[in-house]
Ligand binder design. Sequence first.
Ligand SMILES: *[C@@H]1O[C@H](CO)[C@@H](O)[C@H](O)[C@H]1NC(C)=O
Ligand SMILES: *[C@@H]1O[C@H](CO)[C@@H](O)[C@H](O)[C@H]1NC(C)=O
Ligand SMILES: *[C@@H]1O[C@H](CO)[C@@H](O)[C@H](O)[C@H]1NC(C)=O
Ligand SMILES: *[C@@H]1O[C@H](CO)[C@@H](O)[C@H](O)[C@H]1NC(C)=O
Length: 521
Amino acid sequence: MPVLRPILLILVIFLEESKSARILGIAGIPSYSHQLFYRPIWLELAKRGHHLTLLTTDPIEDVPNNIRQIDLHFSYQIRHVKHNITMKMQEYNLDYIKVWNSYGRMLEDIVENELNHPEVVTLINNETEKFDLLIMEYIPQVLSAFSVRFNCPYISIFSAEIGNFYHQALGNALHPVLYPETFLPQQINLNFQDRLISTFYHFYFFLDQIFYETFKEDRLVKRHFGDGYPPINKIIRNVSLVFVNSHPVFNVKPLGPGFVRIGGGLHMKKKQELPQVNEIKEFLDSASEGAIYFSLGTNVRRNHISEGFLKIAADVFKELPYKIIWKLDMDITEKSSNIKIFRWLPQQDVLRHKNVKLFITQCGAQSLEESILAEVPLLAIPYVSDQKMNARKISDRGLGIEIDKDTMTKEILKRSILEVIKNDSYRERVRETANLLLDEPMSSLEKAIWWTEYVIRHKGARHFWHPNIDLPLYQYLLLDVMGFVLIISVVSIYSLYKTLKFVTRLLCKWRKAKTEKQKNS
Ligand SMILES: *[C@@H]1O[C@H](CO)[C@@H](O)[C@H](O)[C@H]1NC(C)=O
Ligand SMILES: *[C@@H]1O[C@H](CO)[C@@H](O)[C@H](O)[C@H]1NC(C)=O
Ligand SMILES: *[C@@H]1O[C@H](CO)[C@@H](O)[C@H](O)[C@H]1NC(C)=O
Ligand SMILES: *[C@@H]1O[C@H](CO)[C@@H](O)[C@H](O)[C@H]1NC(C)=O
């Protein structure tokens, strides 16, 4: 039975490695949607018998005994109160350098405090603690020092697209016109100005990483882990695998073999009945004309949304025949009877309700996937970071419409809502995309677990990476090659010029001599 043989082999491998490993998982960025993405992986690894120690900003409730959690929830305060980052990111809008710098300062502040947390300090100093694997959110990169501390391989993971500078750092060179930075809204069909901008940011962040970020991180390593650590650049490049939440339907970036795409609904839960609390179910069941689900995600809060925006939205909703199920962390004063506001909603199940016809969203990566898999078309109103790129993907692929929150008017909002709901082409495209997302040889979660245990089995996966990754910068940027070509060109042109000049002079002399000869004769 030749067909069965590979299957048996896989089974044997699975049984063989079922020895349990000790895994350190770190996800320190205070963002609930990130955490939701990693959770299924932690729980599944625990189910398979591994021991996990998690550093997390949102501890999971009711965990099994083989998961130990260190609660870093305090970092939300640093994000929202001290740094007010969502506000700043909106304010700086298209000034990506300012956005990135303020985000970087916030991350540094957060990681500094997290590494000073008493339980984390105890963990770092515990001489008897041992881990077989570290799984960490790819930023802040200083956390990769845990892999040196515990002398174990590591996997980096992220719930959204990862920055190009990280690809560059790992030798996965990307072309700035084909693959612009993820925060740039224009991802395809770049015009000359877009190409100029994309190239600028490409090199800016690449050089920023080399000449600034790494020095900062080296200092952090020294302060929190002690002396004798290799430079952070070397630690970053020592990664075994990078798990990325992307799917070829949305992203065709070339990825080396060390990258594993685990996008495509990894965080999706099983379908459940809507809870009876707060009449969510009754409200949606009674929406005979259909319902619109409106949420700007977990990071955009009431005080990030302008009064004008709220008024436009409430006015438009009043004129629609649909019920509006609105997730917002505060009530609004003037609202018509077809609007209902909830502080919390089971988003996946709301989207799967048969009466929901449209999702108005800020376009986070998870929301995008949830909507598509529930076959609900989208109206995108992006706020910050990768949301603009996601919104552009939606409009480029005909999955919905994108509108700009700053220039939005009543007419634009109403027209866009009606267009997406009434024109069937959007729902059709969403359905096709959902089928493509789900048609995979194994589910995203299975893939993530299989590759995690692969790293455990082989004590790393360095064979997936280029052995000469530590090229000096001048070689990576081809400065020597280009310099050589330049010198050769200059020398050749100069020689050619000199030769021509010499020949012309010779010709002139000859001619002069000839005419003189003729005159004389
Ligand atoms: C964030 O900034 C905005 C505007 O600058 C301000 O209204 C808001 O109160 C700030 N939030 C916090 C928590 O300081
Ligand atoms: C150090 O790690 C070991 C092994 O996990 C554990 O049993 C012990 O309780 C830890 N010590 C402290 C002080 O946390
Ligand atoms: C790379 O990781 C291995 C363990 O997988 C470790 O032994 C080695 O010291 C690490 N090197 C650096 C530079 O971090
Ligand atoms: C529906 O939308 C598609 C895509 O935007 C467009 O090509 C088509 O003309 C629209 N159909 C109608 C009837 O408006």
